[in-house]
Design a protein around this ligand. Structure first.
Ligand SMILES: [Fe+2]
Length: 499
């Protein structure tokens, strides 16, 4: 029997090295199959001897077997029977001579043969069957992957929920995670927010290249990583980018307790990983609730201090980088911090901690501009709509950067809402009046004032009197009336000096 002249198929590239093995006693058929299959992008190995083919199948993995039903000294169904004794997964297509030589349906079913095709000069039917086999196998693999992932999760569950110390749990979570996704590198950053005073507890555990001390880790965590981690924590969603994925860890009250990062090139398993991340979060939370904290206290504080210091240093570098972008705004964030604290002191309801927040919030309020293109930031002409939209992203981007660690939670609203307006016409959320956090309202006035009283590329600075007049003009629409009033008093009485 021969598959004589076969039409050329257009070359196709197939993912995942789809491997086909062929067995036909006619060397010509094998040769032809090799040509057309390889041209279509499949990997092919052909045999004319069934013993050799079976041996090869025992040794190596193939996805599909194309088998001649009528071999010289053995029947195709006998070959299938032997193969099925050690391989139940292989997809098998029989090649038959004439339709009357087709194997009975019973044989096909019994041996789990997925299809057959009459040999013909036209290869299109065979190619179509191979294509559909490829699709079914891809789908089966995905189902298998999901099933394996789920069974791994189930397997891990009992141990995850045993009352074990947090460091043991974190390690266990990571090792299981790597098994599910076949990755080598991952880390968990978690904060204990169960107890009142627990903000001082930050746990870090890494495996693979992240299996380092906390000092080295902080050098591996770039501003971009911070923003991804912060987005995952702030928006409670999985954030994936080309080389990895951040999963948020939430507790029962849907508060962020940390983030899991795993390095990943194949993003097919995200659904499974999300399920796993949920489990992981519950077990971490469980450990927090039961105070299963075996890490010594001084070690914990060390971790917290190192992360905090490094993070602040990084943010400060970002801030200076933003300030340095524009020589006109240099020193802007320091002045905004200073004015904000001075305004804050006029309000007796504000505590020491609030003033500290105003100071840090003022210093960091524009760090989100690190992601804004220089030609937009430094433009001396009127920005077009698209460019203005770009600028308007900086409060949210800043909030994301700060959200990577819960220790900055209290500053996030200040940064996020410093461009909101009392009349609701601000950004990013268009909050109105009291909806805008009070400290953010203070920051907004201080920010606008400093912008008015320093030279900008596109205009000269205003005099103190004109700046106060501008604030008063915006009072009740852009700015909080009481805050403007207090600030104006401080300026008029020279209790605040302009640098
Ligand atoms: Fe800003």
């Amino acid at each position: 029997m021969r598959l004589a002249t076969l039409k050329k198929n257009e070359a196709e590239i197939h993912e995942n090295n789809f491997k086909i093995i062929g067995l036909d006693d006619e060397a010509g058929v094998i040769k032809t199959l090799k040509v057309i299959l390889e041209r279509s992008g499949y990997e092919f190995k052909g045999y004319t001897n069934h013993t050799e083919a079976i041996e090869e199948l025992k040794k190596s993995h193939f996805d599909l077997l194309i088998l001649d039903y009528l071999l010289d000294n053995i029947n195709g169904s006998q070959v299938v029977e032997i193969i099925r004794s050690f391989n139940k997964e292989l997809y098998i297509l029989l090649l038959t001579g004439h339709s009357e030589c087709a194997p009975p349906l019973e044989t096909l079913e019994k041996n789990e043969i997925q299809g057959y095709c009459a040999k013909s000069d036209d290869s299109s039917q065979l190619m179509l069957l191979i294509k559909s086999a490829y699709k079914s196998i891809a789908m089966m693999n995905e189902i298998k992957m999901t099933r394996n992932g789920l069974s791994n999760i189930l397997k891990a569950a009992p141990q995850l929920f045993q009352l074990q110390p947090i460091d043991v749990i974190l390690e266990y979570i990571l090792l299981n995670l790597l098994e599910i996704v076949e990755s080598k590198d991952a880390f968990i950053l978690a904060d204990n927010i169960v107890k009142e005073d627990s903000e001082k507890e930050t746990y870090y555990r890494g495996v693979g290249k992240f299996n380092t001390d906390i000092n080295t880790f902080t050098t591996m965590f770039s501003p971009l990583h911070m923003m991804y981690a912060g987005t995952a924590r702030m928006q409670h969603k999985t954030v994936s980018y080309e080389s990895g994925v951040f999963f948020p860890l939430l507790n029962d009250r849907q508060e962020s307790i940390g983030v899991i990062y795993v390095e990943l090139d194949d993003h097919k398993k995200l659904d499974i990983l999300e399920i796993y991340a949920n489990q992981a979060a519950s077990s971490i939370n469980n450990a927090f609730l039961h105070s299963l904290l075996s890490i010594k206290n001084n070690e914990l504080n060390k971790t917290y201090e190192i992360i905090k210091t490094r993070y602040e240093e990084t943010i400060d570098t970002l801030r200076l980088a933003v300030d340095a972008k524009d020589e006109y705004t240099r020193g802007h964030s320091d002045r905004v911090a200073k004015y904000s604290v001075q305004i804050g002191k006029c309000f007796s309801q504000l505590k020491e901690n609030d003033l500290a927040l105003l100071n840090v919030g003022g210093t960091f309020h524009d760090i989100g501009k690190i992601g804004t293109a220089d030609d937009i930031l430094l433009s001396d002409r009127k920005l077009n709509d698209l460019e203005y939209q770009e600028i308007k992203k900086h409060p949210l981007n800043g909030a994301k950067i700060l959200s990577a660690l819960s220790m900055f939670n209290e500053i996030v609203p200040l940064v996020m809402y410093h461009h909101e307006r009392i009349d609701g016409k601000g950004y990013p959320n268009g909050l109105k009046g009291d909806e805008i956090p009070f400290l953010a309202r203070i920051l907004s006035v201080a920010d606008a004032f400093d912008a008015m009283t320093t030279n900008r590329v596109y205009r000269q600075k205003l005099s103190l009197e004109d700046a106060i007049a501008q604030l008063e003009k915006g009072s009740g629409t852009q700015f909080d009336t009481v805050i403007v009033e207090k600030f104006a008093q401080l300026l008029k009485s020279k209790e605040i000096e302009i640098d």
